[in-house]
Design a protein around this ligand. Structure first.
Ligand code: MG
Length: 377
């Protein structure tokens, strides 16, 4: 059984403020839509993601390349966009979860409940019972009270078995508010599962602010450290934090012996609780002999991203008497930023001597220590 999450991000709504549609506004360091995608990518019951985009957004860098998703061009209405997504997975999926890209905080529990309900129903969707008193009003006057019994506020993801929903879309010519309306028009049964107040839809600027507050409460912050030493030997240059520096001696090691980059890499593995460089790239394996260390760092950064973490900052200290690091600091930051795909302002490279004490003071080798912070929101 294959379950596909279709994230509908084709709307043009800009009521949340700014010039970008709400799904592309930033919440922390990723867009609203990217958060929504991450919720489904992280859910064990979801096998694949489809991202439905507005035609104008296809050629832009607005939409995230991670987590991986099949990109589909949407239509003029929400219904047309969903239909495009459904057609794209026809024959490849049994169940679909259709989700508004503007609901970035959907929980695993809500997704679980929808999937579980689909075991016995043709459709299922989360909703929250209306608890506020509902009024009718006109010209700023209350004109009546609406009985709220049996009223629900609909949320997404709305889940369906694919084949009957596709048939329902094909049979429905007019524009529908959502897929539950399409399904019901075709006679499909749709179960209500408990929604979640935090599964809010970003519409106005207040919603963005509230989502930021909620995300701050949920944020998963990890810190890791790394330490490395390489000994000097014959040579005419050293590699430090991705920069080649002419020097009277070289650093010895199985790879290019970039002691700074190794410490940063180990700090990332450490924050993830996923071992160290030696474990992922065994020195006994000849394929890593002389390897450029960016391979190690790219691997660690990739693992962090796969696990939903962004790299918030990196602080790396090199301990040596020579070469002098100052003239190369900016180039080192730029090299690490390029490899890690983060802004150079999130990276610090600094240096200290050890006052001519110890092995670094005697210039027998170079040591490096690094700290990294990872954030999942
Ligand atoms: Mg090393």
């Amino acid at each position: 059984m294959t379950t596909v999450a279709i994230i509908v991000a084709a709307g043009r709504g800009t009521r949340a403020g700014g010039v970008l549609p709400k799904q592309w506004q930033m919440l922390g360091n990723r867009s609203v839509a990217a958060h929504a995608m991450r919720r489904f990518a992280d859910h064990p019951g979801v096998d694949q993601l489809v991202l439905v985009l507005h035609p104008d957004d296809i050629g832009t860098d607005l939409w995230p390349t991670s987590p991986a998703a099949d990109v589909v061009t949407g239509g003029a209405t929400r219904q047309a966009s969903v239909f495009a997504g459904l057609q794209a997975v026809e024959g490849r999926a049994d169940k679909v979860l259709i989700h508004d890209a503007a609901r970035p905080l959907v929980s695993a529990n809500v997704i679980d409940d929808v999937l579980r309900a689909l075991e016995i129903h043709q459709g299922a969707a989360p909703a929250v019972a209306v608890t506020d008193t509902l009024w009718h009003g006109a010209a700023d006057q209350v004109t009546g009270v609406q009985d709220r019994a049996g009223l629900f506020r609909a949320q997404t993801p709305q889940g369906f078995h694919l084949a009957p929903l596709l048939a329902a879309h094909r049979a429905m010519p007019a524009d529908a508010t959502d897929d539950v309306a399409v399904a019901r028009a075709a006679g499909l049964d749709v179960a209500i599962v408990p929604g979640d107040e935090d599964n809010m839809k970003i519409t106005g600027p207040d919603d963005l602010a509230r989502a930021k507050r909620l995300m701050g409460q949920r944020m998963d912050v990890r810190c890791g450290n790394g330490y490395d030493v390489h000994r000097f030997g014959p040579g005419d240059h050293v590699w430090l934090c991705g920069v080649q520096i002419p020097h009277g001696r070289g650093l010895q090691g199985h790879s290019d012996a970039d002691v700074g980059m190794h410490a940063v890499t180990d700090a990332i593995y450490g924050a993830l609780g996923m071992g160290d460089i030696g474990q992922h790239f065994p020195p006994s394996d000849p394929q890593w002999k002389g390897a450029a260390s960016h391979i190690f760092l790219e691997h660690a950064v990739g693992l962090a991203r796969e696990n939903g973490f962004d790299i918030s900052n990196v602080d790396c200290t090199l301990v040596c008497e020579h070469p002098k690091i100052g003239p190369h600091q900016a180039a080192m930051k730029a090299a690490l930023a390029q490899i890690m795909q983060i802004g150079a302002s999130r990276i610090s490279v600094k240096a200290t001597t050890s006052e001519r004490l110890g092995f670094t003071g005697r210039e027998e080798g170079i040591a490096s220590i690094a700290t990294v912070t990872l954030v999942k929101s």
